[in-house]
Each structure stands twice: as structure tokens, then as C-alpha cells.
Design a protein around this ligand. Structure first.
Ligand SMILES: Nc1nc2c(ncn2[C@@H]2O[C@H](COP(=O)(O)OP(=O)(O)OP(=O)(O)O)[C@@H](O)[C@H]2O)c(=O)[nH]1
Length: 311
């Protein structure tokens, strides 16, 4: 899949974030609770470690994620040094209000008139940074939209009580190592439509959800009424079944798979299928072990000098 996910404005956003971090006490990294590892930007980790700043990880959109898997992720993140993790839904009134208190626990020496607590929200596009910001401020200070890269520049706000918070634009990193991460990010809308083919993303998502949540898929799309066995079909079969059930046809009489893919992705993004997570700490560890065991292609091999090359 060819994904152009590193537009120029993200390079300047990264440089600006590096500068601001010097004057920040806590990094609040917002993740998508349905894909907490895939939505973690390793560049943020590098910057944070360089400045040795503690880290509050917000597993946001927890209202859309599988609660059991979210708990497994919280256990995993909370076992990491200098890190605290919480799952919440920024859309729920009150959830975001817990954040300053949690940050104070990570930086107990801050939050006085002489040493205010300076927090900074970071994360990839569309994970809910601006929604969180607005919930903290009780007003629409930052623009929100269900598409990547709505926020274009940093904004700093005074929260009162010797606390300030800086919102940053969504930041991606130049090379996504695992292809499945690219698909998960596209499904969750961190990567825009112009970078990926919706039908490929929908097929990937269909395969994954059929395996992990067959009952939810069956119930949403009434597959048994179409005499389809949810255990036996794949992502393409699922999309074709949705196209037929909803009678999505093009003018030339063919099934409209583009419209079907969009409808399926919209269902997932809005939670219409149910509460689902695309990865767990266990599935993540398995995927990484598998990728490490896979022989590298010629492109991925480090350059080596063979005896034949020797002078
Ligand atoms: N269901 C649900 N949706 C959420 C939650 N938080 C944010 N959203 C939605 O997710 C979409 C993206 O939210 P934003 O706050 O604009 O995300 P952002 O991270 O600021 O995005 P960029 O500006 O692209 O970096 C919007 O449609 C929000 O309404 C949540 O906790 N639950």
C-alpha cells in the first residue's frame, strides 16, 4: 500500500514541538484506544525521552473500544517507567477533567505560582486532541473534525490554578514499520482518504473483525439471514454481502464497492458495529515476533560487502 503520510507541514510541526518540549513538564500523549500501539508515534517517545519528561497516556475513544482489551493495554502501559495511562472518552463530560490531577501526580513538584504545571498534548491526527482540549477548557477553543490534520498550529492555554496546556497539530512519523499499522491507522481515520484506497482498508478491517468479533459482525450485517457462515467468509465476501444487502449498485449495474467500503468504515469509526479493538498487547507481540522472523526482502536488507566486491 502506498501511503503518503508525511506532508511538509508535519516536519515543521515536529520541529516546533521539539522546541516547546523544553519548557514543558508533562507530555500527554493521546492514543486511539482501539489501536493504542499503532497510534503511538515513536518520534514523540524519542523527543520525550530526550527531554526526560514524564508521560500521561490517554487511551481516548474508550467508548468505542473493547473494554477488556483496553484494560489489558492499561496494565501494559502502567508497568512502564515514568508513565501513567488512563482510558477515557473526551466526549463524555467530566472524563477530561481528571487529567490535570493525574499530571500533578507525575510532577508533584509543579503547580505552584513559581513553578506552574505545564502540560502539552501530543498525538497523531484525529485521535481527539482538540476534543480533549475543549473539554478541559469548557469551550470550543480548538477546531474538531472527523478527518486528519484539522489542527494546524500549536496553541497554549491557561487553565488557572497554576496550570497551562499546549495543544499541538497531529504528528505522523515518516515510515510506518508494519503494514498492518498503516491499515489500522487508515481504518481509524488517522491517515486521510487521499493516501489510501478505502476498499483495501475495508477489506483488511473486514478480515480482522470477522476473526475477532464474528458475533458482532453477524448481528450488524445479518449474515445468517443471507445464509452466510461468518466463520467461513473473508473481508471481500463481507463487503459483497453488505453491498447486496444495501443494494449499493453503480450505474453500470456492478456492485458499488467504493460506496460499500466507505459505509463499512463509517460503521466502524462511529461504533455502529459495537465496541471493538483492532489490537491487544498479545496480538501486538505476536505480530512483532512474526515480522522479526520473516526473511527480509532485498529492499530491506542492510547493505553488505561480499567477497566478490572486495578489491
Ligand atoms: N466516540 C468518540 N469520538 C471522539 C472522542 N474524542 C474525539 N472524538 C471524535 O474524533 C474526531 C477527531 O477529533 P479531534 O479532536 O478533531 O482530533 P485531533 O486529534 O485534534 O485531530 P487533528 O486536528 O487532526 O490532529 C472528531 O470527530 C471527534 O468528535 C471520544 O472520546 N469518543
Amino acid at each position: 500500500m502506498a501511503i503518503q503520510w508525511y506532508p511538509g507541514h508535519m516536519t515543521s510541526a515536529r520541529k516546533k514541538a521539539e522546541e516547546t518540549l523544553e519548557h514543558i513538564d508533562i507530555v500527554i500523549e493521546v492514543l486511539d484506544a482501539r489501536v493504542p500501539a499503532a497510534s503511538h508515534n515513536p518520534m514523540i517517545e524519542d523527543m520525550r525521552n530526550f527531554r526526560q519528561r514524564p508521560n500521561l497516556k490517554i487511551l481516548n475513544k474508550a467508548d468505542l473500544a473493547d473494554p477488556q482489551i483496553t484494560q489489558a493495554w492499561l496494565n501494559y502501559f502502567n508497568s512502564q517507567p515514568n508513565t501513567k495511562a488512563v482510558a477515557l472518552s473526551c466526549k463524555k463530560a467530566g472524563d477530561a477533567k481528571k487529567i490535570p490531577g493525574l499530571c500533578r501526580q507525575l510532577a508533584p513538584h509543579r503547580g505552584t505560582p513559581l513553578k506552574p504545571l505545564r502540560m502539552m498534548i501530543m498525538g497523531i491526527p484525529n485521535v481527539g486532541k482538540s476534543t480533549l482540549m475543549n473539554a478541559l477548557l469548557n469551550r470550543r477553543a480548538a477546531k474538531v473534525g472527523d478527518e486528519p490534520a484539522v489542527t494546524k498550529s500549536q496553541q497554549r492555554f491557561d487553565l488557572g490554578d497554576n496550570q497551562s496546556i499546549t495543544d499541538t497539530p497531529g504528528m505522523m512519523w515518516p515510515k510506518i514499520e508494519h503494514e498492518s499499522d498503516g491499515y489500522m491507522l487508515a481504518a481509524s481515520h488517522a491517515i486521510g482518504r487521499n493516501a489510501v484506497i478505502d476498499e483495501d482498508v475495508a477489506e483488511f478491517l473486514g478480515n480482522l473483525l470477522l476473526k475477532q468479533y464474528p458475533a458482532l459482525i453477524n448481528s450488524r450485517y445479518k449474515l445468517d439471514a443471507m445464509k452466510l457462515d461468518v466463520q467461513q467468509i473473508d473481508g471481500i465476501d463481507l463487503l459483497q454481502a453488505i453491498a447486496k444487502r444495501r443494494a449499493y449498485k453503480r450505474n453500470d449495474g456492478q456492485w458499488d464497492m467504493e460506496r460499500t467500503a466507505m459505509a463499512f468504515l463509517t460503521d466502524y469509526r462511529g461504533g455502529a458495529i459495537g465496541r471493538v479493538s483492532l489490537e491487544s498487547p498479545k496480538s501486538r507481540a505476536e505480530m512483532i515476533a512474526l515480522a522479526a522472523a520473516k526473511p527480509k526482502t532485498a529492499d530491506e536488507q542492510p547493505e553488505t560487502t561480499t567477497a566478490a566486491d572486495a578489491p
